[in-house]
Ligand binder design. Sequence first.
Ligand code: SF4
Length: 608
Amino acid sequence: MGKRYRPPANVEKYREPLLAILHEVVQEPNLTAPRLIQILKQHPKDGRGLFNKNDLIHAYRTLAGAHGLPPYDAQVLARLRMKPIRTMSGVTPVTVLTKPYPCPGECIFCPNDLRMPKSYLVNEPGAQRAEQNNFDPYLQAMSRLGTLYETGHPLDKVELIILGGTWSFYPETYQVWFVKRLFDALHDFGAGVDRTDEVRGLLRTASQLHPDQVTPLTLHGAALEQTYNQAVQQIYRMEMQRSRELALAVGRGERPRTDVDEYATWEELEAAHRENETAPCRCVGLVVETRPDHIDADEVIRMRRLGATKVQIGVQSLDDVVLEKNRRGHTVAMTERAIRLLRLAGFKIHAHWMPNLYGSSPEVDVADYRRLFADPEICPDELKIYPCSLIESAELMQVYERGEWAPYSEDVLLDVLLTCFLSTPEYCRLTRVVRDIPSTDIVAGDMKTNFRQTVEGALKERGLRSPDIRGREIRGRTVSPDDLSLDELRYTTGVGDEVFLQYLTADRRIAAFLRLSLPQADPIVPELVGAAMIREVHVYGQAVAIGEAEDGRAQHSGLGTRLIERAAEIASEHGYARLAVIAAVGTREYYRKRGFSDGALYQVRMLA
Ligand code: SF4
């Protein structure tokens, strides 16, 4: 079961103790968690229990600027905020799932939960929220934004992460509708409008994807008689047929449309994009996940039109024999080609890689991992390391039962991952190590979802630290720009040179970075001819609302601007006449203010 939401305490009823607590919090800029608990104990709720942070945040929003409290201050809110780690990277992620739908992959390690899009399990974090919201993008986003708001997170800079199956295999009309409805949610949430009841009402009569209506069903890997795709097509046949017919009828202008009809036009999406450019809740990143063999130039351009800035791509292995044994259905050459196309279009490349696959070994895994960065055609910007686990519903069960595959012991896995961590270049961010699969779903294999901490602990014991970005982020630490120096790391990729610019503390902690591509290959998008490309600008520090300055925090000390100016200099020195940026919809204004003009899919600045 997911966590049950408890509405915040009634401010009028508890005004006296809440005010007393807030007066103390306001006066303590260096408030620690133990000290906050002390204060809460001094002013208990109903004479016994403690107010929670949700109560305090709501009370602060209501009472700031009255009853002797100074006006609203984001720093005070930051002191009251729950789980600040979630927004330490400067943006607030909102993850949503696509609906159950066939996937062109037949990977033997992949779960087969028919209630979910391929590869997801109903008990995984985020999956329950998706199911409870009928996989509707608007409802999922509104629900997540609501929770984040209640827990005090700033929502002016949101990264939308769309997960589930193979994005590129969903029909184009579904993709356009899905993304448009996410932007509608950002719009409504920012404007204080809530249409969730209306949408729920429409879904109740229109959709079969309602949890009350779908038979909960999981295929059993050891006794698989039909594939996920066959079963999903049977169960959701009516749903799929309905959405296909509807798309055709709406496209022909034969019938009106509701918000849950999976159809939107590119023009409608583009209008939603434009509206978001100056909205209170801006999309500063849009991520989709797909397979290498479903990327071609058209798909790359389509993703860009949707507003995507980053692509999660399943690499899994760089060994054709291992790929074949696991029935990935693509080769290493296809992975290289896909990444090349994405890089040429400026996308951030977030790869997934799996050690312990059927047919691999610890030695093969370590060599494979090193190749991720030695092969100029791969070199991912971000990486998820997902050691293969045995899920009850996956076909791998059959291989396991034949005794042909077994998960590594914890010690062996630790050894492999230690070497992997230490072989990671500074330009890559290890975003996740071990997938967050509930241990009840795992038959055999690593069950610790905090394996990253195990690896980091083992590194620390040896006096080492992971060189990757995540291991070096300054997080919530306050740094003075004067204590930072600019470092330029250069490496070669299949399409040209890359410069990774990073602002570092004396111990190489990272406060901000920029990814600059200096392509030498022909671009696939005509507007990029002769242009260098900024693929990412990231400034660390607690995410603060646009326009809100928090002294000493890296976010507002102009590090982003300085990085862009240095990138322009480097591009100019290398003979480029123009500098392009793959801007997210909600960062267009930011780049306009820094001399970039709008093109069709990118923003571009002329260089001196
Ligand atoms: S491509 Fe991804 S989602 Fe599809 S079967 Fe393979 S692992 Fe699962």
